[in-house]
Design a protein around this ligand. Structure first.
Ligand code: SF4
Length: 146
């Protein structure tokens, strides 16, 4: 069993209430091979919501208290992101998922790149908060782009 970012499976759970539907992801869902989760919704954030970026590092730094997640309006949403990551991990562990296909570039789900915290569209190497927590707990993470 795998975890998949819910937006890849067609859920309109992105900050702008759109999906990132990916036919491979939808196929895994239909075949019963993947469980969709949206960590940001699981953390209690509304949809739609202002976009958020990690400021001062990546998901590992957020988990270690060295970086924060801030939305475009300047609100600190770190707690919701960390809580959502923990809820997503609970689902993954309960399902016995050893792998996760996560949406690239997201401050939660990115597995190679995240935006740099300036809301200027610039990406930097790094992982999102949920991807970091999954990796720390032995879950293999890959993006939909691979
Ligand atoms: Fe998709 Fe992950 Fe963002 Fe939810 S948190 S919308 S699953 S990329």
């Amino acid at each position: 069993m795998k975890i998949i970012s819910a937006c890849l499976a067609g859920c309109e759970c992105r900050y702008d209430r759109k999906s990132c539907r990916d036919e491979k992801g939808v196929g895994m869902l239909r075949a019963g091979e993947a469980i969709p989760v949206c960590p940001e919704q699981l953390g209690g954030l509304p949809t739609p919501r202002p976009p958020a970026e990690i400021v001062g590092g990546d998901g590992f730094d957020v988990l270690d208290g060295r970086a924060r997640v801030v939305d475009r309006d300047g609100n600190d949403v770190t707690e919701a992101f960390v809580n959502g990551a923990r809820e997503a991990l609970k689902i993954a562990q309960t399902a016995g998922a050893g792998r996760a296909i996560l949406k690239e570039n997201s401050p939660s789900c990115g597995s190679s790149f995240v935006y740099d915290g300036t809301f200027s569209g610039k990406k930097v190497s790094g992982v999102g908060v949920t991807a970091a927590l999954f990796i720390r707990n032995g879950i293999e993470v890959q993006s939909e782009e691979k």
